[in-house]
Write a protein that binds this ligand. Structure first.
Ligand SMILES: Nc1ncnc2c1ncn2[C@@H]1O[C@H](COP(=O)(O)OP(=O)(O)OP(=O)(O)O)[C@@H](O)[C@H]1O
Ligand SMILES: [Mg+2]
Length: 341
């Protein structure tokens, strides 16, 4: 049996309000020791705000968060010691050279003089800073500034790393390098990284926490979210005949397990539907029978697995957008019925 896993980070009903904006709205989650967790969400979801709370840069409006058992309210000093943080906009001292800056950070972090040289050398190697060590930070390209940011986050060898969009601004080669680095780090450290890039979580994270409008909307392994959370997607194409589209759409929509059925663009003399289902059950037979009952000629019936991208989109489109779409679909089907009458 595996041992009970140790919780390294715990957020309990965490909220942060800015006036009437609920940047973070009652989020709870746990991260275990040596886990790499991806924080996924669209712009403004509350990722950075949550990370600022965990790193004690911002006090929550409500709730609590614990890192290594320490509360952000009461033991921020202990928390800061055990974590490294790569902020979204790395506030580097822009007029220092990379070496001077890392020496300064080592000093702030209380690293002994004897150990300092070796630690800096190691960071320069790990983050690929050898060619820019004597350059002024403010004159570096965005990608290299990001690497310096990573070096400052890791120089004191913290147990926990909080990385806010670690690959933003990097070129594809650097992205691959940093992803490999994070994967490697995950063997020894607990890591939370935020991103809107899906391949990032798919390749580097064992678990994904999806947040939207300050709320947690999903929490699980990437493949789990894909398989468990959502239904399937079908594509149905039939031969066009007079007035059959609206009636067929109604029939398809009535099948148990069908969540939405939308008519989509199709070549002349064809009618196509995109169908989303609630569960994982195979509905191909039911869909075929429905088409036949309507006297339509079935041209194509395809079942697509949902990608993590679909999952993300479904979970993070705003309720307003969903409602607007539902209203539009209703109006459309009424219109279709009227046309048929
Ligand atoms: N200092 C602030 N004052 C007022 N509102 C703020 C402040 N900081 C953030 N917000 C608001 O809080 C919400 C969450 O912002 P946050 O930066 O946490 O999102 P994010 O998920 O990191 O987005 P992004 O992907 O764009 O980085 C947004 O609506 C934002 O406008
Ligand atoms: Mg952010």
């Amino acid at each position: 049996m595996t041992q009970a896993r140790e919780v390294m980070i715990r957020a309990v009903d965490l909220s942060k309000h800015y006036g009437s904006t609920r940047a973070v709205d009652g989020i709870s989650f746990e991260v275990f020791r040596k886990e790499v967790v991806g924080f996924l969400g669209p712009n403004g979801a509350g990722k950075t705000t949550t990370m600022k709370i965990l790193t004690c840069f911002l006090a929550p409006t409500k709730g609590d968060a614990f890192v290594g058992g320490h509360s952000v309210w009461e033991q921020s000093l202990e928390i800061r010691k055990m974590l490294g943080y790569l902020p979204e906009d790395t506030p580097l001292y822009r007029d220092r050279t990379v070496l001077e800056y890392l020496e300064f950070i080592a000093d702030v972090r209380g690293i002994e003089r004897d150990a300092r040289r070796a630690k800096i050398k190691n960071m320069v190697e790990v983050c690929g800073l050898g060619t820019v060590i004597g350059r002024v930070v403010g004159e570096l390209s965005k990608g290299f500034r990001q690497r310096v940011g990573l070096a400052q986050a890791m120089i004191h060898d913290p147990e926990v790393l909080i990385l806010d969009e670690p690959t933003s601004g990097l070129d594809p080669n650097q992205i691959a390098e940093i992803r490999a680095l994070i994967k490697e780090l995950g063997k020894e450290k607990t890591v939370i990284l935020s991103t809107h890039i899906l391949p990032e979580v798919q390749n580097t994270c064992g678990r994904v926490v999806i947040i939207n409008q300050g709320r947690l909307v999903a929490d699980g392994a990437p493949e789990e979210l894909q398989a468990r959370l959502e239904g399937a997607h079908y594509h149905v194409v039939v031969e066009k005949s007079d007035g059959n589209a609206a009636a067929l759409k109604g029939t398809l929509q009535g099948i148990t397990g069908v969540k939405t059925c939308n008519q989509v663009e199709a070549p002349e003399r064809e009618v196509a539907f995109a169908i989303d289902t609630v569960g994982q059950a195979d509905l191909r037979r039911e869909l075929r029978l429905a088409v036949e009952q309507n006297g339509g000629g079935l041209l194509e019936l395809r079942r697509d697995a949902l990608s993590l991208e679909d999952v993300f989109r479904k979970l993070t489109v705003s309720d307003d957008a969903v409602e607007a779409r539902a209203r539009a679909a209703q109006a459309e089907s009424k219109q279709g019925a009227a046309d048929n009458a």
